[in-house]
Write a protein that binds this ligand. Structure first.
Ligand code: RB5
Length: 149
């Protein structure tokens, strides 16, 4: 599975840890930055990752900023993106099972490396359950398209 990963400066160190973990596990990683802890604007980096996902260059995305909130707000503006901000593995599992989340968002200033890796594992190893959850996801697209943004 190919994964696109992006962070701002506040998520940079955790991005590097997660990248190491994923590469050791044999995942193909597309790192679209940022590449240092110098202050940057998170929407720019979320956009780079989302572009890759929507162009089909990666199957899943992982975004990191300080809290994960800015990245989540931005990512969820795109109709085909379902981004889940998770602070523990249960949420990551449910985000896949019930919400078919294709982007995991993490807060680099909130969680440590070990917990982050467990969250990533849960996110990447869980399948969408479909059924009634697919109907609800279709409703998200249908109802949100009724009001022009
Ligand atoms: C950067 O200081 C911080 O605002 C950003 O990483 C993020 O937490 C925004 O939601």
């Amino acid at each position: 599975m190919k994964i696109v990963i992006a962070s701002d400066h506040a998520g940079f160190f955790l991005k590097e840890k997660i990248k190491d973990y994923l590469q050791n596990e044999g995942y193909e990683i597309l790192d679209v930055g940022t590449y240092s802890s110098v202050s940057v604007d998170y929407p720019e980096f979320a956009f780079k990752a989302i572009e890759k996902l929507l162009q089909g260059e990666a199957e899943r995305g992982i975004l990191l900023c300080g809290t994960g909130i800015g990245m989540s707000i931005f990512a969820n503006r795109f109709p085909k993106i379902r981004a889940a901000l998770c602070h523990e593995p249960f949420s990551a599992t449910m985000a896949r099972k019930h919400n078919d989340a294709n982007v995991l968002v993490l807060g680099g200033r909130l969680i440590g490396d070990g917990l982050a890796v467990e969250i990533v594992k849960a996110f990447l190893s869980t399948e969408f359950e479909g059924g009634r959850h697919a109907r609800r996801i279709a409703l998200i697209d249908e109802l949100s398209s009724k009001i022009e943004r």
